[in-house]
Design a protein around this ligand. Sequence first.
Ligand SMILES: Cc1cc2nc3c(=O)[nH]c(=O)nc-3n(C[C@H](O)[C@H](O)[C@H](O)COP(=O)(O)OP(=O)(O)OC[C@H]3O[C@@H](n4cnc5c(N)ncnc54)[C@H](O)[C@@H]3O)c2cc1C
Length: 520
Amino acid sequence: MPRRGEALIEDHEFPGGIMADKSIIIIGAGVAGLAAGCYAQMNGYRSRIFELHSLPGGLCTAWERKGYVFDGCIHYLFGSGEGQPFNRMWQELGAIQDRRMISHDEYQRITDGEQTLIVYADPDRLEKHMIALSPEDAPLIRAFCAGVRRFTRFDMSLMYARPKAMMNLLDWGQLGLKMLPFLEPLLRWALVPAKDFAARFKSPFLRRAVAHMFSWEEAPVMMGMALLAYIHTGNAAFPAGGSLEFARALERRYLALGGEIRYEAQVEKILTENGRATGVRLYNDEVHTADVVISAADGRGTIFDMLGGEYANAGLRRRYDGHLAMHSQVQISLGVRRDMSAEPHWVTHLLPEPVLVIGEERSEVGVKHYCFDPGLAPEGCSVLEVMIRSSYSYWQRIYGRKSYDAEQHQVSGIVIDLLEQWHPGIRADIEFTDEATPLSYERYTGNWQGATSGWLLTRATMPMLLRGVSKTLPGLRNFYMAGHWVEPGGMVPLAAASGRNAIQMICHADGKPFRAQVPS
Ligand SMILES: Cc1cc2nc3c(=O)[nH]c(=O)nc-3n(C[C@H](O)[C@H](O)[C@H](O)COP(=O)(O)OP(=O)(O)OC[C@H]3O[C@@H](n4cnc5c(N)ncnc54)[C@H](O)[C@@H]3O)c2cc1C
């Protein structure tokens, strides 16, 4: 029952009037929440999503400024290739129909100004190129490229086809058989961080460059291999229109299936009764009841704020005590009155001398342009983006003071000084500068410390990915979690797959088969 001041919104007020068997409340309209909503509707449940922001997508977003669209998320979308892993799920979610997918031959370039590593996605080309750069590293390069070749046949989506909690011994055995051809590269590369791999090179240039090949130095080499393999097979492309357009397609599918989204509706509490989730209370004190609650919002906020820590055991407290790596960043986005389309789309510059940026000495800066999607900038103009890893606490200490704004401008100033060296005269062409800090990510999406992908995939979290993370909480029935806090490594396909898995579990608990259809 609602307490004084609370307004009870009965769950029979769900729209559509369909006499479905259960009502589901979903917290968060990110990719996981929207996917959970779509599959809930496909399976005859009445669902309603509460989202704190005014837009769908969560982290899968973009923002428009003066005719420039600054993309804040997808660089590569696993499942972009027809008939390839995760593609069917995106079809079911209506996310990729009629959407042009933009593939690249090269993932990025890494240069110290004298030598350049072109990270070709094609393992044959990459092998030839890297051996030409450093013949003495040929055995290591061949082993790496052999791994990339092997992963072109890797169907990662098999690991998410069924919730791990529902898998019996036979299912694990069948999955193990399918994974058998990848056992050797898995054992060899799954726990090797990029920086340790880089240290094995004899070439001083490759030792520096390879450490930055996959965005963060702790990234397991296996992850990088799978990424290159999928780029090569056309299954990790950029969806034309960008991340917000992609999220809007999911939103359209959900609404077409009869779902309802309440924007600017932040959940304050998940309500429970006798060890059962019964609904949510919003910050405006409205109470909404449902048979099942799925939280597709920040993991820490869900367990320790919305549920007050009541269902957290020692394992969960340990997981969220801050010892696991996360990735927070500053994104500097620039609208530039200059056509950069002839330039490589992503270049990481290894600096001759470290530069102090955001309180840390940086030895490399990556610059990306989006001219491959002309819809993101006015004609003849370009969007440039620079992402710099940054701790949350650095920004939190100065938030609300003048120094917060000053520091943001200082970072973009340093970035523009560097760009001026690589692209002389560019300063005069900059029409718009936008800075996003870890606090911006936290404010807009509620993610703990502004994390961009939940738990960062590292040697420590790789076993969590392989084993799977529980989507339920001990002692709490009718409650599920979805999203990148229960799928280590994050990524939009894993977020969506976790929403799908949550509904599979609910169907299973109700003793009915799970249904998923591609819209006609
Ligand atoms: C810069 C960047 C680059 C990335 N690049 C890629 C890439 O190339 N490929 C890829 O696959 N992935 C990429 N990712 C990762 C990917 O975006 C995320 O892992 C994925 O979008 C997570 O989705 P989610 O639904 O789990 O969480 P979120 O996107 O965080 O969604 C959670 C939603 O819940 C809402 N919410 C939170 N608290 C509440 C509350 N109390 N009440 C109501 N609503 C609430 C939030 O507003 C949000 O909309 C990138 C992310 C970033 C930031």
